[in-house]
Ligand binder design. Structure first.
Ligand SMILES: [Zn+2]
Length: 393
């Protein structure tokens, strides 16, 4: 007996190079069959998804969900299963002194799968600036917290920006890398510094050679100082080397770190972003970022084919976490994490964080989320009219 049958949709699963009109059967919280015309009579519950896209549960590799602890932390299920997202990665909201509430209070409250990067600063994002001096970093305690919270903690997060750049310099990157190595996890590095003094130092060129295969650069298309283009508009050779080496390139839009112009120039020069993520916060949900599905629509507007956009929000972020054997796929036997989307055609307009706009004709919105077989309907959406982007008129 099948518990749930998603019937009549168009499956797009880049992990299996699968695209077509296929039904998806779910039994015992796992994918039990993906095939055309599965008999509905054997299913306890049938949901008609005709005309909709059925994709692996979306994974947001960079968001902020330390709800009730960080001032800007979004309620996990609002960013997660109520937004078409089945796995959320909190990108360093907590540091080693403030992490304890995550497993105790946040994770048990959420239906969405949660993973975390641990901020290299002791206090995480609870205090700004998060990192201003050497004493803000406790490598030993960071390693201890990682070791006692695996697999919830999957990496160390460093914001390689702010007032410690001129004082600590590359030392902050070395310490973060030391903590990541000590804990046996990857390092995620934020680049792009809106507050950098004009002509002041940035660390991007210096830090890229320190990253290894599996480490993650986030805010790839930031237009701020520390960006991946030099003053002549050429992609930094250190970035191309890192891409070649297998450093993972995440795009995390956020409220400050996405330039359509820079993205187009970088793409023209062969930069290959691997994941689409939000950097969602409470203010970001209301302004600028809005939702994971709006991020997907922006990449459609940048010219990426639908399969690539879905790949960058499913199997690719799963592989960044070393979990592509478990997440980001509709393969039979996998946990039944499924997102059902609807594609709307219109005159959409997207805004980056530099005041520029990008026109698009396609917008994706969430219509149903399935997390390990459990069904969730999306929230109303981040805008007064719901999930759809702004219109040109
Ligand atoms: Zn962030």
């Amino acid at each position: 007996m099948v518990d749930l049958l998603l019937k009549g949709g168009e499956v797009v699963d880049p992990s299996q190079s699968l695209r077509g009109n296929l039904d998806v059967a779910i039994t015992g919280g796992a994918i039990s069959q993906v095939a055309p015309d599965i008999n509905a009579a054997d299913s306890a519950r049938v949901v008609d998804v005709t005309g909709k896209l059925v994709v692996p549960g979306l994974i947001d590799l960079h968001c902020h969900i330390y709800d009730g602890v960080n001032q800007t932390g979004v309620r996990p299920d609002l960013a997660g299963v109520r937004s078409g997202v089945t796995t959320l990665v909190d990108a360093g909201s907590a540091g080693c002194f403030t992490f304890g509430g995550f497993p105790r209070y946040v994770v048990p409250e959420a239906k969405t799968r949660i993973l975390c990067m641990l901020h290299i600063s002791r206090t995480g994002l609870n205090y700004q600036p998060d990192l201003s001096r050497r004493e803000d970093i406790d490598v030993d305690e960071t390693v201890r917290v990682i070791e006692s919270n695996k697999p919830l903690i999957q990496g160390v997060k460093l914001r390689a920006v702010g007032p410690a750049v001129p004082t600590m310099g590359i030392e902050m990157v070395r310490l973060a890398k030391q903590a990541a190595n000590g804990g046996g996890v990857r390092l995620m590095v934020h680049i792009g510094d809106r507050m950098a003094p004009v002509g002041g130092p940035t660390l991007t060129r210096e830090l890229l050679p320190l990253l290894e295969r599996g480490d993650i650069i986030t805010h790839l298309f930031s237009g701020n100082p520390g960006r991946i283009l030099d003053d002549a508009g050429r992609v930094l050779p250190e970035l191309m080397d890192a891409q070649e080496r297998g450093v993972f390139l995440d795009t995390a839009h956020g409220r400050q770190n996405f330039s359509f112009d820079l993205a187009k120039r970088a793409l023209d020069q062969g930069v290959k972003p691997q994941s689409i993520s939000t950097d969602l916060t409470i203010p970001g949900r209301a302004n600028t970022v809005h939702s994971m599905t709006e991020m997907l629509s922006r990449f459609l507007a940048l010219g990426f084919p639908l399969e690539d956009v879905i790949r960058m929000a499913t199997v690719n972020p799963a592989s960044a976490l070393g979990m592509d054997g478990a997440l980001g796929s509709l393969a039979v036997g996998r946990a039944a994490d499924v997102t059902v989307l609807e594609e709307h055609t219109g005159d959409w307009v997207f805004h980056d964080t530099e005041g520029q706009t990008l026109a698009g004709s396609k917008a994706l919105v969430p219509v149903l989320t399935v997390k390990e077989g459990e069904v969730f309907t999306p929230d109303w959406g981040p805008r007064p009219w719901g999930w759809l982007p702004d219109t040109a008129s």
